[in-house]
Design a protein around this ligand. Structure first.
Ligand code: F6R
Length: 593
């Protein structure tokens, strides 16, 4: 989600954001109620934030929501308000460009996630009518467009006109000053309604109101709603429509750091419980679905795993495992999918996305639906867009992950994929994973800290893996980049000698992921770099650097070696005083292309 800005150089800037709006029978506090919900969506972006109440009071601030709370000295009590938190990929992080946006007379206040591709064209038409633009955002075009249309039409008709005229993606919520009604519309960017007693929420995702209600309605594309404290009415392009709330089952865990300094560490340390919970559900509530999915795989001609970032690394392991079991299986990064794939009704596509809202994944799913593949979602968020587009799904049950970097969701995605492989051919034992994780974390704290001290000032780190540990090498390198801001490369050990070895010189750190299944190749690659003076560290049995239990199978090894890599990235970042849970330039749900 995001909106497109035009900065001075007329460069387009995309932003990813979170929306929370409330309309209520009783007065509520902007700070305690509205911004509390917004804070729960902060993982969507934290470059700037803002709110507006129906009385015309508003506040905006550059920085995260705490900054907005600090700078908003006075609290406001209101019955209807909107709020927004934003993430920009580059440039354009100013107070003026922060949401909400409004027309010149402050009659309409609006928040938006998405990109209006033809906003210059729409803007020119509005300028010809006398509208003056004060920001460079495409969002201001939406406000002025609706403001103009609402001079003669009802809000729903104005939104319908907008949806006909606009090209792009958007989730929009607005109010007219002085009214207690909220209006909302959606195309591509996620939006949902939370229905509570005497109070209705409109938000980018369900976590914004999980503390208050479990009754939810999801907007589908080209749907609109008029929302008042007493209820709501949905509309499609051709008229009113009836939609009923679904009941969400929350895992009611408070989102607090407990005694941990950062959510990242908390989330790494809670993995034994997260894996246990998933394994239990895979044997009980999710067992039937897993059986159905295994049948789909058995009956298909080819399998694609579709994912981005950390989820892609889990997907890559999935493709290795299913290939070993004799299936034609490929993992493709979602943004590169179009040139790769033969998709037909005999194809199974695993859409792997912890958030279930990654736009690169959703775009592919929308595109391939016409070929009728079987789509299986592997998600942490049930009811997310990816889940709702799928024929079947596995919920990875990691619990909410607050740190932008994926840790426990990666592990649980792997466990879900391993369980699928186990159901397909009963050859893997997964039950020991929770206790092994526990042991590895507790026995390696000082080892990880020691290595972090040695590596904290390094500019480049190479991580080598082979077979299942190759995707793990890439995963560890990704975390070293995103959390520790160290340039890192995760490589196939065998590829090093085909070029990259030119970069190895005395003192360059190389981390090798060594397991019985890859020992020969790993040993020779590590000997090659050692001969050139590299500082070699091993994650594996018989390593002087880390303690791993004997006899780990490949699946167990992949998980604990990742955890050591994640902890290493964490401790390097901590020693360097970096903002671990909110690394620069990133957001947890990347809902723009
Ligand atoms: C890295 C990270 C990202 C995500 C990627 C996909 O720590 O979190 O690389 O893995 O943006 O996100 P999902 O899984 O939500 O589709």
């Amino acid at each position: 989600m995001g909106s497109r800005l035009l900065v001075e150089s007329h460069k387009e800037v995309e932003i990813v954001c979170g929306i929370v709006a409330i309309t209520s029978e009783k007065l509520f506090s902007v700070k305690k109620d509205l911004l509390f919900g917004l804070k729960k969506l902060e993982y969507r972006g934290y470059d700037s934030a803002g709110f507006a109440t129906t009385e015309g009071n508003y506040g905006k601030e550059v920085g995260d929501i705490d900054n907005l709370l600090r700078s908003t000295q006075k609290d406001f009590l209101t019955k209807t308000a909107i709020s927004h938190t934003r993430w920009a990929t580059h440039g354009g992080v100013t107070k003026q460009n922060a949401h909400p946006h409004f027309d010149a007379k402050k009659e309409v206040f609006l928040v938006h996630n998405g990109i209006i591709e033809n906003f210059l064209e729409l803007k020119a038409a509005l300028e010809a009518k006398g509208y003056i633009f004060r920001t460079e955002t495409d969002t201001e075009v939406i406000v002025n467009f609706l403001h103009d249309r609402m001079k003669t039409s009802k809000p729903i008709d104005a939104m319908r006109d907008f949806m006909k005229a606009a090209k792009g993606t958007y989730a929009v919520v607005f109010f007219k000053t002085g009214s207690d009604k909220l209006y909302a519309m959606k195309k591509d960017s996620p939006l949902c309604l939370g229905v509570s007693k005497g109070r209705v929420f409109v938000a980018s995702d369900i976590y914004a109101f999980s503390h208050e209600t479990d009754r939810v309605i999801f907007f589908e594309d080209y749907e609109m709603a008029e929302v008042s404290p007493q209820g709501f009415q949905f509309f499609g392009m051709s008229g009113p429509m009836k939609k009923e709330p679904v009941q969400i089952q929350w895992e009611r865990e408070p989102v607090i750091k407990k005694h941990f300094d950062h959510f990242m560490l908390k989330e790494i340390c809670e993995q034994p419980a997260a894996v246990e919970r998933l394994l239990h559900s895979l044997k009980t509530t999710q067992a039937k679905r897993m059986g159905e999915i295994a049948d789909m795989v058995r009956g298909c001609k080819r399998i694609f795993f579709l994912a981005c970032g950390t989820s892609y690394h889990a997907a890559l392991i999935g493709s290795y495992l299913l290939s070993r079991l004799g299936f034609e299986a490929h993992a493709v990064i979602a943004s590169e999918f179009e040139d790769f794939s033969i998709i037909d009704k005999d194809t199974v596509v695993f859409a792997v996305s912890q958030s279930g809202e990654t736009m690169d994944v959703i775009t592919v799913l929308k595109d391939i639906k016409r070929f009728n593949p079987k789509i299986i979602a592997i998600v942490n968020y049930p009811y997310s867009s990816v889940h709702r587009m799928a024929d079947n799904y596995i919920e990875i049950m990691a619990g909410q992950e607050i740190c932008v970097a994926a840790t426990k969701t990666f592990t649980n995605t792997l466990v879900a994929i391993y369980e699928l492989a186990r159901v397909l051919r009963n050859h893997i034992v997964l039950d020991r994973i929770p206790s092994i994780i526990e042991e590895v974390i507790s026995e390696n704290e000082s080892n990880v800290k020691r290595l972090a001290k040695k590596l904290k000032d390094k500019h480049d780190i190479f991580v080598l893996g082979h077979r299942v540990s190759y995707p793990i090498a890439r995963e560890i390198a990704l975390k070293l980049k995103e959390i520790s801001y160290v340039h890192a490369e995760g490589m196939m050990a065998g590829e090093l000698k085909h070029g990259t070895i030119a970069l190895i010189e005395p003192g360059v750190p190389v981390i090798g992921l060594v397991h019985e299944s890859n020992r020969d190749r790993m040993d020779s690659a590590l000997r090659e770099v050692q001969a050139r003076g590299a500082d070699v560290y091993k994650i594996g049995n018989h390593s002087k650097d880390f303690m791993l239990p004997d006899g780990l199978n490949e699946e167990e090894y992949s998980i604990v070696s990742t955890i050591i890599g994640h902890l290493l990235a964490y401790h390097i970042a901590k020693l360097n005083g970096l903002p671990i849970d909110k690394p620069r330039n990133l957001a947890k749900s990347v809902t723009v292309k």
